[in-house]
Ligand binder design. Structure first.
Ligand SMILES: Nc1ncnc2c1ncn2[C@@H]1O[C@H](COP(=O)(O)OP(=O)(O)O)[C@@H](O)[C@H]1O
Ligand SMILES: CC(C)(COP(=O)(O)O)[C@@H](O)C(=O)NCCC(=O)O
Ligand SMILES: [K+]
Length: 257
């Protein structure tokens, strides 16, 4: 009863195959491809994969990408299911004005983060940071209610926006410096501090609202880039979305062992 979990973002498709759709299940294989390479999955990475008996994914890329992903899965005789954020799932309550309009990746990451803490006996507020194409920073209170979150551009979008909106900012990537003294370092540090500062602000908002400092969990393809520049204590969890998908799958797919 293997389980394939998918996370399709605006830059890359990430996948992971588990022994079963059960939280804590053994990871059998995993991979990531840029969206332009999706069409090769069935012939390459997925070619040798044992056919999954269940597939659950979250997708925030557009319909054209979704169709291309579904096409690659025709290799197996199983209909993929996709997470649609609802008012409540797996112990997390959705505070969004229109719950289904919340990005599915944000919802799944929050469910993953909540259960990660609960598994350690921690029932505290939590700030969930995802550093992908865009950056999202969510606040969850100690009861598991999603209070709200922010969306800001990721590193790449920030740089491209500055490049295209100005004449003098076409420079190579620089380093993060406290006091940048050249254009490359100024841009790289600016983007990094924008993200670090946004997280710090959300931690402050959450502390004030909840009367208790939150745990902070960070994930996403570019999460590692932020590590050295963060001003709040955080934990980097690479597979947070997959943890969330496993939690949801455990509740949706009764296991026939
Ligand atoms: N192998 C890589 N090569 C280049 N950039 C990468 C790589 N892995 C992650 N990144 C960075 O992470 C971002 C994509 O992260 P990811 O979590 O896959 O985003 P999304 O979920 O939006 O598709 C890119 O914008 C890039 O900055
Ligand atoms: C904010 C996002 C663009 C993040 O996408 P990503 O960086 O993971 O590719 C995505 O979660 C999304 O399209 N959300 C829908 C709008 C919302 O969450 O309010
Ligand atoms: K993502």
């Amino acid at each position: 009863m293997t389980f394939l979990a998918l996370d399709v973002g605006n830059t890359r498709l990430k996948w992971a195959q588990y022994e079963a759709p059960v939280a804590g299940s053994r990871l059998l294989a995993h991979g990531a491809v840029f969206l332009e390479n999706i069409d090769k999955l069935a012939d390459e990475e997925w070619d040798e994969l044992p056919a999954p008996s269940r597939i659950l994914g979250c997708i925030v890329a557009g319909d054209a990408v979704k169709r291309r992903v579904i096409e690659q899965m025709e290799l197996w005789d199983v209909a993929p299911r996709w997470v649609i954020p609802s008012a409540q799932e797996a112990g997390v309550t959705n505070g969004y004005d229109h719950p289904a309009r919340l990005g599915a990746d944000r919802w799944v990451a929050m469910i993953g983060a909540r259960h990660r803490l609960l598994a350690r006996g921690i029932q505290k507020p939590c700030v969930v940071v995802m550093v992908g194409t865009a950056v999202t920073v969510e606040a969850i209170d100690a009861s598991g209610k999603f209070l709200g979150g922010i969306i800001l551009p990721g590193h790449g979008i920030m740089l491209r926006a500055l490049e295209s909106g100005t004449a003098g900012l076409h420079v190579p990537t620089g380093d993060v410096r406290d006091f940048p003294t050249n254009t490359s370092d100024a841009l790289t540090s600016g983007g990094t501090f924008a993200i670090a500062g946004a997280v710090q602000r959300m931690v402050e908002n959450t502390t004030r609202h909840c009367g208790e400092a939150p745990e902070c969990i960070m994930t996403g393809g570019a999460g590692w880039k932020m590590g050295p520049s963060m001003s709040v204590k955080f934990e980097l969890v690479e597979g947070l979305i997959f943890d969330g998908l496993l939690e949801i799958a455990s509740r949706r797919f009764p296991v026939e062992l």
